[in-house]
Ligand binder design. Sequence first.
Ligand SMILES: Cc1cc2nc3c(=O)[nH]c(=O)nc-3n(C[C@H](O)[C@H](O)[C@H](O)COP(=O)(O)OP(=O)(O)OC[C@H]3O[C@@H](n4cnc5c(N)ncnc54)[C@H](O)[C@@H]3O)c2cc1C
Length: 486
Amino acid sequence: MARVVVMGAGVSGHTAVTFLKKWLGNEHEVVVVTPNSKWNWIPSNIWVGVGQMTKDDVTFDLAPVYEKAGIDYRQAKGVSIHPEGGEKSDKPFITIEYTDPAKAGETEEVSYDYLINATGPKLNFDATEGLGPDGGHTVSVCTADHAVHANEELHKLMDRMRKGEHVKILVGTGHGMCTCQGAAFEYIFNIEHELTQAGLRDKATITWISNESFLGDFGIGGLHIKRGGYAASSKLFAESLFAERDVNWIIGAHVSKVEPGKVHYELLDGDTDVEEFDFSMLIPPFSGVGLKAYGKDGSDITDTIFAPNGFLKVDADYTAKPYEEWKASDWPRTYQNPTYKNIFATGIAFAPPHLISKPMKSPNGTPINPTPPRTGMPSGIIGKAVAQTITDMILNGATEPTHHASMAEMGAACVASTGKGLFNGTAAALTVYPVVPDFEKYPGLGRDLDYTFGEIGLAGHWIKHILHHMFLWKAQLKPGWALIPE
Ligand SMILES: Cc1cc2nc3c(=O)[nH]c(=O)nc-3n(C[C@H](O)[C@H](O)[C@H](O)COP(=O)(O)OP(=O)(O)OC[C@H]3O[C@@H](n4cnc5c(N)ncnc54)[C@H](O)[C@@H]3O)c2cc1C
């Protein structure tokens, strides 16, 4: 009997763990270690952040789902990996610390034959002084609880506007090295929509601030969309959306400090400035969650397994090379750790080889560029591919990974939708193929224009709603779940 341990039950880890159990059955053990008691469909937190959905609409309890599926669920966080075992045995293990209220703080060693690190990001608010909802001065929509708080603050602001006050709203990224611009992009337009619906739009100046060097970069170096026989850039697409909705923008900005009602930032040209706000949602930079790794003798081998940013090293080409030499083939395909072949990393937890957007620095040496997004669709696809590989290794004796899921060979869809009603919503729907441009295969723009398209309208809005219900259905393992694509 083999035991597979998955750390993290988010989009990627939950996908991996549920397919592993389905394919491995009861002959083998599938263990999931995750600190949360609820699963969260994070993309819909945006709607919680404007009061269109509740926390219950976007979350469900994990325990009954895992119990029914026969998955061994430990409500705990992974602390360290011991890939060579320890004093007592050579069997690899991880140490975990329970967050389950019944066992809070207790630690345990959990042995494994195969390990998947799917721990997602640490929301690194500490990287910018004054950033974030816990002790800082900005709100967040990165977790369901953050989004509930953001909505409360937004509605307090709307009360002030109803009394006639004119306010300033600032949304975007809270550091020069952030990713996830798409989430902030969606949130700013949901706020704009809410204010319009409430008859308050004229009482707010809305401003976007981001580390992108151009609007519409989204951390993937932008994209081109085939429209009416020509290729329109996402820059044009985004700028027209902002202009039509009277939203200002500050781009190429590294937020260096947040004070009550004030954001300090440095621009790509080296200038510094201050932007005032009454309400601000800024995405934090992401890093790995801080897992450690130890050799058999107890020596610290964290640097062997993890990149300096805390993400796990996989089969990527991490050689430092200039932007001009970056290749699609630098990106990982199997997500297997090169040193310990029974360790894999999926979703945000794997270390990318480099950025996707062009690297930029201010004359002061401050890096100001989006880091690579690993959105829901790639995270789910990668989780499933790694689950297939491990299943083949266990059931069929495969010695090498059998499934591949390179972000340079996969597309992604992103739907940024505003409003929740059937007929009063609108969405910017984009698909991009591949996520990481491949300039050798697709000279010029790096992408296949037949599969890269974008549209603004009601249809995308409906798709987003359908996806919300489909993914929650799938994650709860309701009938037919395995047929729903990632
Ligand atoms: C506001 C917002 C909106 C978004 N909207 C979209 C969208 O519209 N479309 C889209 O494709 N993507 C969207 N994304 C991105 C998407 O949510 C992520 O790509 C996806 O969640 C990544 O999956 P993951 O499994 O890698 O990480 P996560 O889903 O974050 O899961 C990580 C899991 O690991 C757990 N964990 C953390 N530390 C430990 C530890 N030490 N031990 C064990 N477990 C641990 C966490 O509790 C969590 O359960 C959005 C993101 C945000 C923040």
